[in-house]
Design a protein around this ligand. Structure first.
Ligand code: SF4
Length: 326
């Protein structure tokens, strides 16, 4: 890999939930993302994917470990260097209703960062707003300029959120469950817009989702990382992960995805968990945290020894004691 755009080195994040009580939401995560790369982080609620995204965006500081942006540790950044990093990494949140100011028109929402960061004024400012609206497929753009967020559909609002992120010319966009609150019918079109932006602007994208089917669609040319209780269980190129999943949790998730062909779905063998209960972050299981639910549980080794994330083959990283499978 060329110099990573973003690098996480053994990053952990703890939160205090009560006096003397802490949970570790993210534990010892290491990850590199190249310029222009697409990576999906997938996992169930509470697995640490959003906390990881917020740390990468500079919205939360790690409790341990380092985050590097273009080779520089972001912890010590100040002034112009800090601003360059914060503008370079933009986050699009799950809820477009909450993230847009309801009292401002779409023009005002997009004009403010264009004035501040690109020094656009007058006709150039208007052209800049039209340009970012068109880049997220809100056309004809002039129809949207004087509207307020409540006059748009959920999908259109989310496109405005993406447009706002683009106003500062970022190098990296983190889309946190960015399509989960819009109608199923327009999810794919919104994902396609993000993929086109990645191609057109050379953006790297981290897509965070609980839905492995969406991750598979979005990151088919990139990588998918599966998180479980704060740790990376597996990370691999999407095709490899789908065709030869290594971690038992990945296998369970994949076995539950319906196929396009209903006949194949009917005959697909589901891999069942040993338990449906997700352990609490307050009382993490010993050894491999997945062991109380793992269908491939191997006894003492799983119960007592934490598996390290290790490289299998060229690009697949897995944290599991099971021997590699084909
Ligand atoms: Fe399952 Fe053991 Fe692998 Fe954990 S280490 S995922 S319990 S086989």
């Amino acid at each position: 890999m060329t110099q990573p755009l973003i690098e996480l080195k053994n990053v952990s994040r703890r939160f205090q939930v009560k006096r003397n009580t802490f949970i570790t939401a993210v534990s010892d995560v290491s990850l590199q993302i190249a310029p222009g790369e697409v990576v999906c982080l997938v996992g169930e609620s509470g697995c640490g994917k959003t906390t990881t995204g917020k740390m990468i965006a500079g919205l939360l500081a790690p409790s341990e470990g380092q985050i590097l942006f273009e080779g520089q540790d972001v912890t010590g950044l100040k002034g112009a260097a800090w601003e360059r990093y914060r503008l370079g990494v933009q986050m699009v949140h799950q809820d477009p209703y909450a993230s847009l100011n309801p009292t401002q028109t779409i023009f005002d929402i997009l004009a403010a960062p264009l004035q501040r960061h690109r020094a656009l004024r007058g006709a150039d400012l208007r052209a800049g707003v039209v340009d970012v609206l068109e880049s997220v497929d809100l056309t004809p753009a002039v129809d949207f300029l004087d509207k307020f967020p409540h006059q748009l559909s959920g999908g259109q609002r989310q496109r405005v959120s993406v447009a706002r992120a683009l106003t500062v010319n970022p190098k990296f966009i983190i889309a946190d469950e960015a399509v989960s609150m819009v109608d199923v019918s327009i999810r794919i079109s919104l994902l396609n817009t993000l993929l086109q932006l990645k191609e057109r602007n050379g953006l790297a994208v981290l897509f965070i989702t609980h839905d492995l089917a969406l991750a598979k669609y979005f990151a088919w040319e990139g990588r998918v990382g599966v998180m479980y209780l704060g740790k990376l269980a597996e990370i691999a190129p999407a095709r490899q992960l789908v065709e030869a999943p290594q971690h038992p949790y990945t296998r369970v998730l994949l076995s539950a995805i319906p196929e396009a062909d209903p006949e194949r779905t009917r005959h697909k063998q589901r891999i069942e968990l040993r338990s449906m209960d997700v352990p609490s972050l307050l009382r993490l299981p010993s050894g491999c945290a997945f062991h109380p639910r793992c269908p491939f549980y191997m006894g003492d080794v799983c119960k007592t020894s934490v598996p390290a994330l290790t490289l299998r083959g060229d690009q697949t990283w897995v944290s599991c004691h099971l021997p590699p499978s084909a």
